[in-house]
Design a protein around this ligand. Structure first.
Ligand code: MRU
Length: 384
C-alpha cells in the first residue's frame, strides 16, 4: 500500500496535493514560486503545521533553483532571500513550524554569507540544501514521535489485562499534514503496527472537516480500525467509554506549544481536553520540537488566526448519486446557513497546560514537573 504524500519534491520541482479536493479527487499542483506557495498555504490546499513549513521552504528552494532572481552580489542575494522568506512567514500566523523553518533558513544563509569570499551561488545552494534537509528530517522526526508516543501509552495506560488501547484524535496530523507517517496520527499508526491499537475514533473537525476529509481517509487507506464522530459526540463517547469504548487517551497534534506547555491546535481541541479530564482520559499532545515556541511564555501570547465566514456557512463536496455512489467528477458548494448571519471563525484554540498529560516529541515524552508545569529545558537545552 502506498503512503499518502502531501508533497512530491525533486530539486527544481515541487508538487503539492490539493487537499481541498480530498477525499474525492487526487490532484497535485505545481508550486514553483513564493507567491504560489503563499496562496497554497493561505487557501488551505496544504495544511498542518509541519506540511506548511515544508511547502514554504521547498517552494522557495524551487524558486531559487530556477533562477527567478536578478541579484548578483552576495549581500543583495541574501537580502532577496530573506525578504522572500519574511513574506512566506505571513501566510498563516498560528503554526510556529513555519516561523522556525524560516528562521533556520535565514540563520544558515547568514552563516554562509558571513564566510570569506562566499559567492551568491554558495548562498543559494546552501538555502536549497537546508530546505531539503527540513523535508528529510521531518519523516524521521515523525517516526520517533510515533515510537515515543506508543511507548508512553503502553507504560501509562496499558495496564493488564488490557492488551490494546482505543484512542480519539482531532483534526488531521497524518501523512498529509507532514512529510509522512504523521505526529498524533503517527502515534496511532505505530500503535497499530505494534498490535497495540484496538480502535481509533476521529472527530469530523468542524468547520473545515480535516477529520472527516483527511484523517478518516488516511485511516481507511491504512486499514486502521476507525470510527468517525462529529465533534459534538465526544462527551457521549467518553461517557460510554467505561463500559464499552474504553478510550484511554486523546491524542492531538499542535500548531504551537509555548514555554509553559499551553498548546494551540485546531479549534475544538480545548473542549476535548476538558472532556478528557472530566472522564479520566489521558490527553496527549504529539508534536515535533519545531512546534515548540520558547519565546512565548503562555497561551495568552499566541495569535489565533480567524478565517472567513464562508468556511462556516458553506461546504463543498462531491455529488452523491441517487444510488448512494459518489461522483468524484462533480463537486458542489452548498450553503449550510443563512448567508447573512454573523460568524466567529477562529481556526485554533489554546489548551491550558493543566489539561495536558504529556507532550510527546521526537526527543521523548515530557510530563509536568512537581509544580505542575512543563519544563522543556532538558529537551531543548540549546534553545532554553
Ligand atoms: O488549519 P489546519 O488544517 O492547518 O490545522 C491543522 C492542525 O491544527 C493540526 O492539528 C496541527 O497543525 C498539527 S499537524 C501535524
Amino acid at each position: 500500500m502506498s503512503t499518502l504524500q502531501a508533497v512530491k519534491y525533486s530539486r527544481g520541482s515541487l508538487q503539492v496535493l490539493d487537499q481541498l479536493r480530498l477525499p474525492h479527487e487526487f490532484h497535485y499542483d505545481d508550486v514553483a514560486t513564493s507567491e504560489e506557495a503563499f496562496d497554497c498555504i493561505k487557501s488551505m490546499r496544504v495544511r498542518g503545521a509541519p506540511a506548511i513549513a515544508i511547502v514554504a521552504s521547498l517552494a522557495h528552494a524551487v524558486e531559487l533553483h530556477n533562477g527567478s532572481y536578478h541579484q548578483t552580489s552576495s549581500s543583495s542575494v541574501l537580502s532577496y532571500i530573506h525578504s522572500r522568506l519574511d513574506y512566506l512567514k505571513e501566510s498563516r500566523p498560528t503554526a510556529v513550524d513555519l516561523t522556525n523553518a524560516i528562521n533556520r533558513l535565514k540563520a544558515r544563509t547568514n552563516e554562509v554569507a558571513a564566510g570569506e569570499g562566499e559567492s551568491p551561488e554558495d548562498i543559494i545552494k546552501t538555502c536549497i540544501e537546508e530546505a531539503e534537509r527540513i523535508l528529510e528530517e521531518d519523516l524521521q522526526t515523525n517516526l520517533s514521535i510515533g515510537a515515543y508516543g506508543a511507548d508512553w501509552l503502553k507504560d501509562t495506560v496499558l495496564a493488564s489485562p488490557e492488551k490494546k488501547v482505543s484512542v480519539l484524535t482531532h483534526c488531521n496530523t497524518g501523512s498529509l499534514a507532514t512529510s509522512g507517517h504523521g505526529t498524533a496520527l503517527g502515534v496511532i499508526r505505530t500503535l497499530q503496527a505494534r498490535d497495540l491499537l484496538r480502535h481509533a475514533y476521529c472527530t469530523e473537525t468542524r468547520p473545515y472537516n480535516q477529520g472527516s476529509r483527511l484523517t478518516a481517509f488516511e485511516l481507511v487507506h491504512e486499514g486502521i480500525p476507525a470510527t468517525l464522530i462529529t465533534d459534538s459526540m465526544a462527551a457521549a463517547l467518553f461517557a460510554l467509554q467505561k463500559e464499552k469504548m474504553n478510550i484511554a487517551a486523546v491524542i492531538v497534534g499542535a500548531d504551537r506549544v509555548v514555554r509553559n506547555g499551553d498548546t494551540a491546535n485546531k479549534i475544538g481541541t480545548y473542549q476535548l481536553a476538558v472532556l478528557a479530564k472530566h472522564h479520566g482520559v489521558k490527553f496527549v499532545v504529539a508534536a515535533p520540537t519545531t512546534s515548540i515556541d520558547l519565546e512565548t511564555e503562555t497561551g495568552e501570547g499566541i495569535k489565533i488566526e480567524e478565517r472567513k465566514k464562508e468556511e462556516l456557512t458553506q461546504i463543498s463536496g462531491a455529488v452523491v448519486r441517487a444510488d448512494g455512489s459518489v461522483d468524484a467528477s462533480e463537486t458542489a458548494r452548498v450553503a449550510t446557513a443563512d448567508q447573512r448571519v454573523g460568524v466567529w471563525n477562529p481556526a485554533f484554540d489554546v489548551t491550558p497546560h493543566e489539561l495536558i498529560d504529556a507532550v510527546v516529541t521526537e526527543k521523548g515524552a515530557v510530563v509536568k514537573n512537581a509544580e505542575g508545569r512543563f519544563d522543556f529545558s532538558e529537551l531543548l537545552p540549546e534553545r532554553w
